[in-house]
Design a protein around this ligand. Sequence first.
Ligand code: F6R
Length: 613
Amino acid sequence: MCGIVGYIGNTKAYPILINGLQKLEYRGYDSAGVSTIENEKIACIKNKGRVKELDNMEGTHFLEGTVGIAHTRWATHGKPSSINSHPHLDSSETFSAVHNGIIENYNELREFLTNAGYKFLSETDTEVIPNLIHYYYTKETGNNEDRFVHAVSRATKDFKGSYAIAVLCKLEPDKIVVARKDNPLVLGAKDNEMYIASDIPAILEYTNNIYILNDGDLAELKAGSVKFYDKDFNSIEKTPEIITWDAKAADKNGYDDFMLKEINEQPTAIRETIGTRLVKGGKCNFDDINITKDFLLGINRIYIVACGTAMHAGIAAKPLFERLAGIPVEVDIASEFRYREPLIDEKTLIICISQSGETADTLAALKNSKAMGCKTIAISNVIGSSITREADFTVYTHAGPEIAVASTKAYTSQVTVLALLAIHFAEVLGSRETALIETLKDEILELPSKASIVLENTDMLKEFAKRIYKEKDVFYIGRGSDYAAAVESSLKLKEISYVHSDAYQSGELKHGSIALIENDITVIGIMTDRRLVEKSVSNLQEVITRGAKTLIVTNQDLDTKLFPNILRIPEINTLLSPVIAVIPLQLLAYFVSKEKGLDPDKPRNLAKSVTVE
Ligand code: F6R
């Protein structure tokens, strides 16, 4: 998705802007551009293609200005092209703007501005932004001091949709003005320098002093100072948050790819996510969200709402909440949930899961549900992200920045924190499942070391990847919690290796889809539930009889004649097994992608954070 970087200070902006754009490349984009103030004029260089190509364009290295903005675009309105790339200038070339999000009423605004004499060059919705700012700058000014920021504030009142914007004005060359609504934007402060970014990793190597903008906020930045305004243009105060991720955490750290690095970071991510929420012999600690017994007794249904991998974490969490807290759980896809008129009242609890905290569908589902009177909990990996500001309570995963598009460590951290939360609910409610709860707590504390063990066992997976990388279809099957791991593992394979795959509850395969099983097709079975192992073996026999070759991820003792490819994982309660069983299959997907010569970090057609519907 689109990325924004900005800088205002006393050193050349251009290298900082390019460096920041490179840090945001993981979000997915098709064009890149940069604008700086050069001798009181606006320079703007942009084109479709990669950031490296922008950096090779004529003129970029002559940019000397100390004030600038930059952008990576992922096309929504208008094809990828130089004209459609950001930054966009107004007709008089007084303002330059970069924008993430969608201005839904841009046709209407464009018509209004065209009638007022403005000329448009691109097919984008964004081009109305600098023009409308120019319109208000010349027509409806505040006092001289804040004329620029006031014009931006006035323009944003006319926007319908979502935006994070950063704007330069050649008449006020010592300022950048930013604004945001439903799209992330943060500011970094360091001595006499200010940084702007849509995502913290873009500026983390310069500062960890981060201001987070709320919906509707604006800011006027100068070298070394910043003034904040709310949506009604009232002056507001903000204090920066200290972000504890170090810049190194956002680098590859010696691994070939971010995805491999992040898969290997899972023991740490899980450990950090457990943090002080659970210590040996203690109860789960969620003092920060103050969930009382009365509150839980008043809840008769939980909806877990999320997209993609985060939704799969919800599938893994459902049996934990149902078994431990005794509350029925439905897991919903956010893009469906927001429109399907779910049964929500004050007895409903919504848990929204989002690594980025910015996924448009999840955010909308959360907002809609809140408006219907229920309580909401956000699970997110990004401090201050949009869903965390909307929800009544927030629980963070501490997976660190996830750069690869395909989610890995965020997923295992999400399942871990949801398991802790389910146990917390059970403990608050005084559940009678005390033996199970104590076992699960001990096992949660062992998850980091079990994840490390699984990560040591890669040779067999590399070999298996070599056998299957040319295949067209792969099937994943599992029962109960193993199905949760199956569906997530299947998504990993699809998204980074472009091999079609599907996941089924093992017992369901015979009700139709088994017709697809033919000679030499690959079926990956996950088996961690001792109670169901015989049933799962029978299901696998059904596919073996039809010629399938299998890979089995299990902690059970199985007949190696029947199953020649067994990937053993440590003993684990099946309720927690998705955290561990998914790891070898994340690796398998990664190795298949590499065998095919693909870039696992940047799969085609995908973006890290999906902030449009
Ligand atoms: C898949 C993947 C996506 C995300 C989904 C939700 O590997 O990363 O399916 O899980 O787009 O993203 P968040 O969690 O940021 O809301």
